[in-house]
Write a protein that binds this ligand. Structure first.
Ligand SMILES: [Zn+2]
Length: 246
């Protein structure tokens, strides 16, 4: 065992292992995604049980081992307690965490991604915006941070700036000329174009500050959904549960 480290981040998942322990996946600012074992965390009266729950944000104390860390404590700054009392909120939050667990890598910390998940869980908890809108904003922005930024500021084929459609084959928006020759182009509203651009260009603290009319939300939902499924080829368990709830 190496020396103790203090890492800042969020617990993405917590699963039971052996009789009394938990296996945690934590996304940390300093070291990216790490795996840690919290011994005895499932025992009655364990001081670890509350601090080793998913969504917990804070500073965690760990010993680095050969292939995993040993969790020895922490100070949680934000538990997202209201979110944890709401089944739909838990499902969406778990879905966001599953995406990060899938896309983030070990060793490389990204403060943008940590700030994004924090803001997204806060938005879910706040209940001011529709969860579907929060989900699509999160997916679009997360892919951009992960190096898959949708081409939304000029035509993805010719570079012109007047955009009228989305094409999944071209990974982005198209002008009127290029729309004619793209077999999968879907015409979209100007407001949808602007919404995509806004999400991609905004700072994280400005992301969850707007609502959309139903028809625009439907288009935004469709376009981001196609783009996300094209780039993230994975079935998420929490999404199956969410679909069964609706
Ligand atoms: Zn074009």
């Amino acid at each position: 065992m190496k020396e103790k480290v203090e890492l800042k981040g969020i617990i993405l998942s917590s699963s039971p292992v052996r009789d009394y322990d938990k296996r945690l996946v934590i996304l940390t600012k300093e070291r990216g995604k790490i795996t840690a074992f919290a011994n005895g965390a499932r025992k009655m009266n364990s001081s670890f049980s509350g601090i080793t729950e998913p969504f917990n944000f804070g500073t965690f104390s760990l010993y680095e081992g050969y292939d995993a860390y040993r969790f020895v404590g922490g100070e949680v700054k934000e538990y997202f307690r209201d979110l944890k009392n709401d089944i739909e909120g838990i499902c969406y939050g778990t879905y966001f965490c599953e995406i990060l667990e899938y896309l983030c890598v070990e060793g490389i910390g990204d403060v943008n991604v940590i700030n994004l998940i924090y803001a997204s869980l806060k938005a879910l908890e706040g209940k001011k915006l529709k969860p579907l809108l929060i989900r699509r904003i999160f997916e679009l922005k997360m892919l951009a941070f992960d190096g898959e930024m949708m081409s939304a500021f000029s035509c993805s084929k010719c570079g012109k700036e007047k955009l009228i459609s989305y094409s999944n084959n071209n990974d982005g928006l198209l002008c009127d000329e290029c729309t004619k020759s793209a077999s999968d182009a879907k015409l979209i509203n100007e407001t949808t174009v602007y919404t995509l651009q806004y999400v991609l260009s905004s700072a994280i603290n400005k992301l969850y500050t707007f609502e959309l009319a139903d028809d625009i939300l439907r288009e935004f939902d469709t376009v981001v959904g196609w783009y996300f499924e094209k780039h993230v080829d994975k079935k998420f368990k929490s999404l199956e549960i969410l679909n069964s709830l609706s």
